[in-house]
Ligand binder design. Structure first.
Ligand code: FES
Ligand code: FES
Length: 154
């Protein structure tokens, strides 16, 4: 299998890796970097559990091949808190009881972060659109939407 050398920044840390051309970003994060906060659900772009930021855009990491991240920056759920201080979205998810089993939560947080980074005053319609690719089987979405709404600057 052909190998590529890539340089990338993940959660503000620089990496240089030799990778297989067919390895997905999802498996690279979980298996090479040990960042298991990014969840593996469907692996076909349907559930959003694997959502991370690629140069600030929310992407399904199961649909990205590692050579595609060469020279780019990734943020995973592990990169949200800084020096042990939770990101405001993590706080509001806790406050609104928006985490039940928690499997969808990392992906929800990253989709919400991508939205609020671009549109800090996002309203309910924009929030629902932003998380439309993230499935949750527990909450019914209401608490998640409320949590993101609470984190936006109204
Ligand atoms: S695991 Fe990537 S979208 Fe489901
Ligand atoms: S909290 Fe269980 S799938 Fe969303």
């Amino acid at each position: 299998m052909k190998k590529f050398t890539i340089k990338t920044i993940v959660n503000n840390r620089k990496y240089e890796f030799s990778v297989s051309q067919n390895q997905t970003l999802l498996h690279f994060l979980r298996e090479e970097l040990g960042l298991t906060g990014t969840k593996c659900g469907c692996e076909i772009g349907e559930c959003g559990a694997c959502t991370v930021l690629l140069n600030g855009e929310a992407v399904n990491s199961c649909l990205v091949l590692v050579p595609q991240i060469d020279g780019k920056e990734i943020v995973t759920v592990e990169g949200l808190s800084i020096n042990g201080k939770l990101h405001p979205l993590q706080e509001t998810f806790m406050n609104h009881d928006a985490v039940h089993c928690g499997f969808c939560t990392p992906g929800m947080l990253m989709s919400a972060k991508a939205l609020l980074d671009k549109n800090p005053k996002a309203g309910e319609k924009e929030i629902r659109t932003a998380i439309s690719g993230n499935l949750c089987r527990c909450t019914g979405y209401v608490q998640i939407v409320e949590a993101i709404n609470d984190a936006s600057e109204k």
